[in-house]
Design a protein around this ligand. Structure first.
Ligand code: ATP
Ligand code: MG
Ligand code: MG
Ligand code: MG
Length: 477
């Protein structure tokens, strides 16, 4: 089943059940505390927290998401993309646990020729929170799953809250058993890597009001007067299961880029593990960059722009490592556009703008990549000879400042050669540079007048450290 068809079926299923179909919000998060939209619930935060009345009791969406926190997993696990689509259904004080479980179960197990996803029931396992008997009983009643396939998991995986006082509650997750060739029996409870039992849908039951607390330790103040449902089904995960391929980088929306990259490199996908990981990284990052630029972001040194830059540069460098030296985006980006535009037609009409942003970034990187790599290689050789395998912060700073190497790229390249980086030293130099720039700007602007108002503004809106935004609002990881 093609990804676009899964999307269609999902939305139709929930529309028939009285949900208003809401278009995806931008990847640029509508919630100012996040850089990117990281989950389907983000655009609905005002309704879920009760800050604003919901304009409809039920909603459904296919939300574009970016999770930079997952970047290191990409290509190595079967299931983590930096960009992915979360299919969701939401209830704002309307139906609750039973309704959410029933609707999910029915979509998953209804046969394909009757409009469902046709997943065999014997493949399905679910988890509920430790003391959530209500959810466990609802699952048993609605699905008829045997008791051992309804497992109980603790706070780390099956409890959701915003991270601060406000709504909180237990989750229930749905898993697909890929079979004994992917790991031992025993369900999600024992399969921590998630290779055999693949999580594909998370149902969040916003049931309680929580107080202040550290991490997962917080008091429950009572039941919410209006209980909400927030669910997220990973489109790519369902697609890879239903398309009979091995991972999310091989689905219809991603694979064409992967195969074109292999062709460019003159290699066969599936022949070598490390090369396969690189090809999957390329396919993932090219698609994410396409979608992020599509939503108006341009490469830069901070915030979203920095993440976009990192994705593009990581894709380009991965192709270098596969032996391709020339420009790769003019070949790969149009392939990604063609794979994505059936669901996102704007990518096609807007492609001239999108591609010129991407190609300019690749050109800028190409100008410094070779020289920067040579500098790093020389430094690494010297460090190893001296028996001090840590790259000084000053050199990481030079790579950043003169050669445009994002710090993560330096970290990654150094680690490949068994060398660490003095990150604290690097950050201190970055701060120094930033302070200097601010002082210069102040000196230019002031002309002897009181500039305290400007520094206040700068403090409020000034250069942001993108790392601060990496925290997910959902704690149900
Ligand atoms: P995992 O444990 O596999 O990292 P998660 O628990 O962090 O997933 P949730 O926050 O529960 O994920 O998000 C809801 C659903 O979104 C997941 O069940 C999954 O299907 C999908 N999803 C989450 N992160 C990704 C990702 N990086 N790439 C693709 N799909 C994802
Ligand atoms: Mg989850
Ligand atoms: Mg999880
Ligand atoms: Mg996760």
């Amino acid at each position: 089943m093609q990804t676009a068809e899964i999307r269609r079926r999902f939305l139709e299923h929930f529309e028939k059940r009285g949900h208003t179909v809401v278009p995806s919000a931008s990847l640029v998060s509508p919630d100012p505390s996040l850089l990117f939209t990281v989950a389907g619930m983000v655009p609905f935060i005002p309704y879920l927290t009760g800050r604003e009345p919901a304009p409809y009791p039920r909603a459904t969406s296919v939300q574009k998401c970016v999770r930079t926190l997952d970047i290191e997993e990409v290509g190595k696990t079967t299931r983590h993309g930096t960009f992915f689509q979360m299919n969701g259904n939401f209830s704002f004080g309307d139906y609750f646990k039973e309704g959410a479980i029933e609707a999910a179960w029915s979509l998953i197990t209804t046969p394909v020729d009757e409009g469902g996803l046709g997943i065999p029931t014997e493949k399905i396992w679910v988890t509920v929170y430790l003391d959530d008997d209500e959810a466990a009983e609802a699952w048993a009643r609605i699905s008829g799953l045997p008791e051992e396939r309804i497992q109980r998991l603790g706070k780390d995986s099956n409890y959701w809250s915003t991270g601060a006082a406000g709504p909180a509650g237990p989750c229930s997750e749905i898993f697909y058993d890929r079979g004994p060739e992917y790991g031992p029996d025993g369900g999600p409870l024992v399969d921590e890597a998630g290779d055999r039992f693949l999580e594909f849908w998370n149902l969040v039951f916003m049931q309680y009001e929580r107080g202040d607390g550290e991490g997962k330790e917080f008091p429950i103040l009572g039941e919410l007067p209006k209980k909400n449902i927030d669910t997220g089904m990973g489109m790519e995960r369902v697609a890879f299961l239903l398309q009979g391929v091995d991972n999310m980088y091989e689905i219809d929306e991603v694979a064409p880029v992967l195969h074109r990259a292999a062709e460019l490199a003159g290699i066969r996908y599936g022949a070598d593990h490390d090369a396969d990981v690189r090809l999957r990284v390329v396919a993932d990052h090219v698609r994410s960059a396409l979608m992020i630029i599509g939503d108006g972001v341009t490469p830069g040194n901070e915030g979203r722009g920095y993440i976009l830059r990192r994705l593009l540069r990581r894709a380009v460098r991965s192709m270098r490592l596969l032996g391709v030296d020339g420009a790769v985006l003019p070949t790969l980006l149009p392939v990604s556009r063609d794979a994505m535009s059936p669901s996102y037609p704007d990518l096609a009409t807007d492609f001239e703008r999108i591609s010129s942003v991407a190609y300019a970034e690749e050109e800028a990187f190409a100008r410094t990549l070779t020289a920067g790599t040579a500098l790093l290689d020389t430094a690494v050789t010297q460090l190893k000879q001296a028996g001090t395998p840590q790259l000084p912060g000053a050199q990481a700073f030079q790579l950043h400042d003169t050669y445009g190497f994002p710090i993560d790229l330096t970290l990654e390249m150094a680690a490949e050669q068994g060398v660490s980086v003095d990150e604290a030293g690097f950050r201190a130099l970055m701060t120094e540079q930033r302070d200097r720039a601010r002082a210069d700007a102040r000196a230019k602007r002031s002309g002897g007048v009181d500039v305290s108002r400007f520094s206040e503004l700068l403090a409020q809106h000034g250069p942001t450290d993108w790392r601060a935004y990496e925290t997910l609002r959902t704690e149900s990881r």
